[in-house]
Design a protein around this ligand. Structure first.
Ligand code: GDP
Length: 295
């Protein structure tokens, strides 16, 4: 994960680690390399610039140049700042409702249906919940089938109404079904489009208003870099979602989305997807991710 970024940051710190006597020129060179590494990882220009400015201020504040191991101290400052940038403290998901309703949003192909299954499986096996999956994609029968396949695989019931073309009604009926049958979590998988469009946004905003979920999650493909961040912004403007799910982190992704999304939409990344299998889900810990990136 993020091998390229890790390599470049490692090289950046070589400048500091290799010198007997460190000067402010060495520090400036290191920060320039750090910024370049972030830009290469598809982090937005302003975020990368603000990041290195904060690191520089901290380094000055902690008198990096007068310490015995300036390289190590700089790595620590960068790690702390990277953790803050990606979200700081770990945030869970709100399961206080009865049932707790979780609405999944995102573009087609982002991994929404797969993640709905992973989350249901996670809640069932790790949190002892009884989840119900709901197929609210009224355009693609294949999407409904896909959710049924996923449900069968993990032993979780899937609620669908293939003849009903009203997603608000389907979601409301599913919640009634959950209440009547002892399901304590309802995961609503919605229709996505290939790009943000008004019709899709209105539809999901209507579902959101009607069912008032405890948790609205936005699913995005980490491979799409800065587009992921722009899409997150568009969905957040309409839905004011609670958290981000970053999928396909097992692929050859450069890291920009993971690093930038929190500071653009001010919402935490809550889970990551790391493969196609139902078990390929991890809680997102900013500090662990920073640790991985910096090696
Ligand atoms: P949806 O259209 O948003 O519901 O997306 P899908 O759940 O159908 O996923 C689209 C494709 O991405 C499928 O082929 C999934 O198997 C794949 N996929 C989903 N999540 C991951 C992941 O974390 N890693 C990888 N490698 N593939 C994933």
């Amino acid at each position: 994960m993020f091998d390229n970024l890790s390599d470049k940051l490692d090289k950046a710190f070589h400048i500091l680690k290799g010198h007997g006597k460190i000067t402010d020129v060495n520090v400036a060179d290191t920060l320039k390399e750090v910024r370049r590494a972030l830009l290469d990882a598809d982090v937005n220009f302003k975020i990368a610039k603000d990041f290195t400015t904060r690191v520089k201020e901290k380094a000055l504040g902690e008198n990096v140049l007068t310490t015995l191991q300036p390289g190590q101290l700089m790595v620590k400052i960068v790690k702390d700042e990277l953790t803050q940038l990606m979200g700081g403290d770990v945030e869970g998901i709100n399961l206080s409702g009865n049932p707790s309703v979780i609405l999944m949003s995102g573009l087609q192909g982002s991994g929404k249906t797969t993640f709905s299954g992973k989350l249901a499986n996670f809640l069932k096996t790790k949190k002892n919940k009884k989840p119900l999956l709901v197929a609210c994609d009224i355009y693609r029968p294949a999407a409904i089938n896909q959710l049924h396949v996923v449900g069968d695989q993990i032993g979780v019931e899937v609620y669908s109404e293939p003849e009903n073309k009203n997603p608000v009604e389907i979601a409301q009926n599913a919640i009634k079904h959950a209440k009547a049958n002892g399901f304590n979590v309802v995961i609503v998988d919605t229709a996505g489009r290939l790009a943000v469009d008004e019709e899709m946004m209105t539809e999901i905003a209507n579902v959101h208003r009607a069912i008032q979920p405890q948790e609205t999650l936005f699913v995005v493909d980490a491979m799409t870099g800065q587009d992921a961040v722009n899409t997150a912004k568009a969905f957040n403007d309409r839905l004011n979602f609670d958290g981000v799910i970053l999928t396909k982190l097992d692929g050859d992704t450069r890291g920009g989305a993971a690093i930038s999304i929190k500071s653009v939409v001010n919402k935490p990344i809550k889970f990551i997807g790391t493969g196609e299998k139902m078990e390929a889900i991890d809680v997102f810990y900013p500090s662990r991710m920073a640790e991985r990136i910096l090696g």
